[in-house]
Design a protein around this ligand. Structure first.
Ligand SMILES: [Zn+2]
Length: 76
């Protein structure tokens, strides 16, 4: 059971929650040298490889919505 964070109605038991992302922000991760352990493909020895970093989006805020509100939020 949970309460929809949009229409404030209580949803009964055994009904799946719809966690809907409503706000994201862009994020960049820097390159980090020699931080990940791996095996050398030929020798099998443990080596340290670089993390290439990257960019994307991360969630800032999400809401627990009932099925009706989640459908409306997705189509909007
Ligand atoms: Zn709702």
């Amino acid at each position: 059971m949970y309460r929809c964070e949009h229409c404030k109605e209580v949803v009964g038991p055994r009904i799946a929650i719809n966690r809907t992302v409503v706000e994201t922000r862009p994020v960049k991760y820097p390159v980090r040298e020699k931080v990940n352990r791996a095996r050398h493909p030929r020798t099998g020895r443990i080596i340290f490889v670089d993390d290439h970093g990257g960019e994307g989006h991360e969630t800032v805020r999400e809401l627990a919505l009932c099925a009706r509100c989640a459908t409306a939020a997705r189509s909007a």
